[in-house]
Ligand binder design. Structure first.
Ligand code: G3H
Ligand code: 13P
Ligand code: ZN
Length: 309
């Protein structure tokens, strides 16, 4: 099966209140761990590549690795550009065979965001590629201390409607209180579900995307810290909130930090258990196994996309 777009995946997910995992990939072991998990769970999959990943791995290596994954697994896989920051990088990825791109012009003023997004949508659609855009700015809940500042950063439902109508975008990333990385909340995790429901009501049928959706499970932080890591105060989005979001139009859930933590915890454990280990296969292999376990857990217990194939 060749790479697919997310169109029909999101249609089904939207109707049936589950979400598809979009996992960030940076190297072979990460790709293999994710794909093995999806294969065992019989789940479709989005593999996403950030600008940082392209810089780290060289775009052609990642593309060829994903092609190998498609050939080896026969899974329906979407190859997605994560946080494309300009028309040019989106165009490059469309030309390179990506089936989905994100244009992230959310830091621009509203009208400018519409203009750039529309330009990407026109180009991508002409080439059979789908587009995700972002409206609002991801922020930690600590920003909510100042309500008007929080409102400025969170996605506005009225604007979401105008944005989708004017751009024709296929899916929309929303800001409701999540943030990237391992330090999402200083206190109790809190997401603005009322806002999410209002957005979904304004743009019925448009799949929503949750960035910054890692859960940062304490056991992985503890395993890192037990073996020489220093990751104090890490806190993510509780799993039940991810499930709740997928019942309100969220069809794509972005996960990177949880993969980084799982892999790093396993590698730290290997080094702590055997300080003589200097064979990359003997620490990257366990790192890959940890990614697989994490992704299987997400698909089965959090996202609900098991057994679709
Ligand atoms: O949205 C951010 C992703 O976690 C990618 O992170 O830019 O360090 O590759 P990165
Ligand atoms: P996390 O940092 O929560 O894993 O989010 C990743 C993400 O949103 C990638 O676009
Ligand atoms: Zn993101």
């Amino acid at each position: 099966m060749p790479l697919i777009t997310s169109k029909s995946l999101f249609e089904q997910a939207y109707k049936n209140d589950y979400a598809i995992g979009a996992f960030n990939v940076n190297n072979m072991e990460i790709i293999q761990g994710i794909v093995d998990a999806a294969k065992e769970e019989r789940s479709p999959l989005i593999l996403q590549v950030s600008a940082g990943a392209r810089k780290y791995a060289n775009p052609i290596y990642l593309r060829k690795l994903v092609e190998a994954a498609v050939e080896d697994s026969s899974l329906p896989i979407v190859l997605h550009l994560d946080h494309g920051e300009s028309f040019d990088i989106c165009k490059q990825c469309v030309d390179d065979g990506f089936t989905s791109v994100m244009i992230d012009a959310s830091h621009h003023p509203f009208e400018e965001n519409i203009k750039i997004t529309k330009q990407v949508v026109d180009y991508a659609h002409a080439h059979g590629v789908v587009v995700e855009a972002e409206l609002g700015r991801l922020a930690g809940i600590e920003d909510a201390v100042n309500v008007s500042a929080a409102d400025a950063a969170f996605t506005d439902p009225e604007q979401a409607q105008e944005f989708v109508e004017k751009t024709g975008v296929d899916s929309l990333a929303v800001a409701i209180g999540t943030s990237h990385g391992a330090y999402k909340f200083k206190e109790e995790p809190r997401l603005d579900f009322e806002r999410l429901k209002n957005i979904a009501a304004k743009i019925p049928g448009t799949p929503l995307v949750l960035h910054g959706a890692s859960t940062v499970l304490p056991e992985f932080v503890e395993l890192c810290n037990k073996n020489g890591g220093k990751i104090p105060g890490a806190q993510g989005v509780p799993e039940k909130m991810i499930r709740e979001a997928s019942a309100h139009g969220v069809c794509k859930v972005n996960i990177d930090t949880d993969l980084r933590l799982a892999m790093t915890a396993a590698i730290r454990r290997e080094f702590a258990e055997d300080p003589t280990n200097f064979d990359p296969r003997k620490y990257l292999g366990p790192g890959r196994d940890a990614i697989k376990k994490m992704v299987q857990h997400k698909i089965k217990n959090v996202l609900g996309s098991s057994g679709l194939l």
